[in-house]
Design a protein around this ligand. Structure first.
Ligand code: SF4
Ligand code: SF4
Length: 247
């Protein structure tokens, strides 16, 4: 397989169309080696109505990043299906409304840089041109930005950017491999949300913090609020940074 990256601007026309009529339909969902982010897992486990631990056990595998020790979560390899995604069907993606960010973005790659002066995020895009994908050359008359909007990926990117900032903080403040218990804290608070919630409410995990009642009420029912708290909790546990808990 050959792969080529072509930088594009968000105002360029997206020379690409994907749909069930494409001869390559579903090809991109086979032979996967795909990392999943915490927000990807939140959406997938909600789609399937599963407890996070059951979703993780059934569909994913996790290993420690060789340099960082950070947990790397991906779909469980399945040689019997040629490593196809567990959610691909003849008709397409069975979890389409809650598919991961990388599925929404493909064939676009996105990188970001935050300005030190303004704090503003600058996005950079490139097209990933691979042999198996035959959607190129079809013109949708959408710009890259309009095509991205049609994929509803902004919320995923917001959560994923926060994760990237946490990882970059770790690399600056704590270079090298995380200790096992630190890696476990990262996994618990960001990937295994329902177990994190149980530890908060049944085992008083946040006892040392002055958590407003309104925050506790939010995280009892909202996975999104719990993930936001989890990102703060990891920053506090690993780097001693204060948790900002807005009532
Ligand atoms: S989640 Fe859906 S779109 Fe993503 S690889 Fe699996 S089947 Fe394909
Ligand atoms: S390989 Fe490309 S064109 Fe074909 S289904 Fe996947 S993304 Fe769409």
């Amino acid at each position: 397989m050959t792969e080529d990256m072509k930088p594009v601007d968000e105002n360029d026309i997206m020379p690409f169309f994907c749909g069930p009529g494409n001869l390559c339909f579903n090809e991109c969902c086979r032979d996967l080696n795909q990392a999943l982010t915490p927000y990807d897992i939140l959406r997938l486990k909600q789609n399937l109505g599963l407890f996070s631990q059951d979703f993780l056990r059934t569909y994913t595998s996790c290993h420690g990043g060789p340099q960082s020790g950070l947990p790397v979560v991906g779909f469980k390899p399945n040689p019997a299906t040629g490593h196809a995604c567990p959610f691909v069907t003849e008709e397409g993606c069975s979890v389409y409304p809650d598919r991961p960010a990388s599925c929404r973005m493909y064939p676009l790659a996105r990188a970001i840089a935050r300005s030190r002066e303004t704090g503003k995020i600058q996005e950079y895009f490139a097209l990933i041109v691979e042999d198996h994908c035959k959607g190129f050359g079809e013109n949708t008359n959408l710009t890259v930005r309009q095509w991205l909007d049609s994929q509803c990926v902004d919320l995923h990117n917001q959560y994923n950017d926060t994760l990237m900032e946490l990882i970059s903080l770790k690399n600056r403040m704590m270079p090298g491999t995380l200790a096992g218990f630190q890696s476990d804290q990262f996994y618990l608070a960001l990937y295994d949300l329902d177990t994190f919630r149980i530890q908060i409410f049944d085992r008083d995990l946040l006892a040392q913090y002055n958590v407003p009642l309104s925050v506790l009420e939010r995280i009892r029912t909202s996975d999104e609020a719990l993930l936001e708290l989890g990102l703060q909790w990891v920053r506090n546990q690993l780097f001693g940074l204060e948790m900002i808990l807005e009532a």
